[in-house]
Ligand binder design. Structure first.
Ligand code: ADP
Ligand code: MG
Length: 330
C-alpha cells in the first residue's frame, strides 16, 4: 500500500507548487478569508499554509489524511453539483506519503486544538492536543525525502519558488475577497489585504499592481465591455509590456481561472489585427456570463471551460478588445 500511495502521489504531487495548490484550495474550501504561506528552500524544505477557516473536528482528523476520504461529497450524485475545489480526497494522503506532514487545527476560538503528524505513510497518524487559533495549519517538510528519483526532477530553488509564486498569484487573483501573504526564506514577498468589494476599483487595481507589478498597470489598458448576458473587465498590457512567453495571462470565467484555446485565440486575434506583434500580451480579464444564456461548464480541477455558444463568446471577446485597442492606439 505504501508503494501504491507513492505512485499515486505522483499524480497530485509533482513539485512544491502542486502541494501549495492543493493546500490553498483546501484552505479556500474551508472558508478561510486569511491565508498565510511560508516557504523555505523553494518549498522543498518547508511549506507552511495557515488558514482561519472552519478547522477540522478531532474525530475527522484520521480520515482527513486517509486516501479517498473527503468531507466534500457524500454520494456520487454530489459530484454533479460539486462547488468546492477539491473533492477527490487524494491530496493530503498523497502529500503525506512523500513528506513529513504536520497538521494543526482548531474548530473554535478557545485556543485549544489538535496536532497530527504523518511521515511517509509508515506510521499511523497520531492525534494529540495542541494549541492553535481557529483554522488549520498544514506544514509540509522535506518533500520527496523518501522518493529520491522524484526529488532529482526538481529544479533549482529559485525555479521551484517561481512555480510556487505562480500558483499563489493565480489564486490570489481569483479570490480577491481573501487576504493572502507569502514569505520565502523569512522575507515578505506578498502581503495582500482582502478586497472588500468588487465595486472598489482602487482596491482591485492595488491587488493587481501588487501581484503583477505597478509597471503593468501603467502600461496597460482597462477593459470594461458589457453586452446582454455577458461582460468582460480587466486589464490588457500594451505591446511594450508583452512577453516572449505566454505566462502572465490570466482569464477568469465566472470567477474561475480558465485556460481555453477559444479565448486565447480571440485575444491574440484582436492584438494581431490592431498591431502586428508576435509577442504574447499580458492580461488579467474577468469574463462574466449569465449561466442561463451560456452554458459554462468549468471542470473543477482542470480549468477547462465549455461554452454552449463558443462562437458568440469568441466574437464578444474579440470585438471588445479590438475596439478598445484600436481606439487607444490608432
Ligand atoms: P479533498 O480536498 O479532495 O476533500 P484532501 O486530501 O485535500 O481532499 O483533504 C481531505 C479532507 O481534509 C477534506 O475533505 C477536508 O475535510 C479536510 N481538510 C483538509 N485541509 C483542510 C483545511 N485547511 N481546513 C479544513 N479542513 C481541511
Ligand atoms: Mg483538497
Amino acid at each position: 500500500p505504501r508503494l501504491a500511495n507513492q505512485i499515486a502521489a505522483g499524480e497530485v504531487v509533482e513539485r512544491p507548487a502542486s502541494v501549495l495548490k492543493e493546500l490553498l484550495e483546501n484552505a479556500l474550501d474551508a472558508g478561510a478569508d486569511q491565508i498565510d504561506v511560508e516557504v523555505e528552500a523553494g518549498g522543498v524544505k518547508l511549506l507552511r499554509v495557515r488558514d482561519n477557516g472552519s478547522g477540522i473536528q478531532e474525530g475527522d482528523l484520521p480520515l482527513a489524511l486517509a486516501r479517498h476520504a473527503t468531507s466534500k461529497i457524500a454520494t456520487l450524485d454530489d459530484l454533479e453539483g460539486v462547488a468546492s475545489l477539491g473533492f477527490r480526497g487524494e491530496a493530503l494522503a498523497s502529500i503525506s506519503s512523500v513528506s513529513r506532514l504536520e497538521l494543526l487545527t482548531s474548530t473554535d476560538a478557545s485556543g485549544k486544538g489538535w496536532r497530527v503528524v504523518a511521515e511517509g505513510r509508515e506510521m499511523q497518524p497520531q492525534v494529540t492536543p495542541a494549541p492553535h487559533p481557529q483554522g488549520t495549519s498544514l506544514v509540509v517538510r522535506d518533500l520527496f525525502f523518501n522518493t529520491p528519483a522524484r526529488r532529482k526532477f526538481l529544479r533549482t530553488e529559485r525555479t521551484e519558488f517561481s512555480h510556487l509564486e505562480e500558483v499563489f498569484r493565480r489564486l490570489a487573483l481569483s479570490r480577491q475577497d481573501v487576504a493572502f501573504s507569502l514569505r520565502h526564506q523569512g522575507k515578505q514577498i506578498h502581503q495582500l489585504p482582502a478586497v472588500e468589494s468588487k465595486e472598489a476599483p482602487e482596491q482591485v487595481s492595488r491587488r493587481i499592481g501588487q501581484l503583477l507589478g505597478r509597471d503593468f498597470l501603467e502600461q496597460s489598458l482597462t477593459i470594461d465591455a458589457v453586452a446582454s448576458g455577458i461582460s468582460l473587465k480587466g486589464w490588457v498590457g500594451l505591446p511594450v509590456y508583452a512577453r516572449a512567453q505566454a505566462d502572465r495571462q490570466y482569464f477568469f470565467v465566472n470567477g474561475r481561472v480558465v485556460r481555453d484555446r477559444l479565448v486565447a485565440h480571440a485575444i491574440r486575434q484582436a492584438y494581431q489585427d490592431v498591431l502586428y506583434s508576435g509577442r504574447h500580451p499580458v492580461f488579467v480579464l474577468w469574463l462574466d456570463v449569465d449561466p442561463n444564456i451560456v452554458d459554462v461548464n468549468v471542470h473543477p480541477t482542470k480549468h477547462e471551460v465549455r461554452f454552449r455558444d463558443g462562437r458568440w463568446v469568441h466574437d464578444f471577446i474579440f470585438s471588445s478588445l479590438h475596439k478598445r485597442l484600436g481606439a487607444a492606439l490608432l
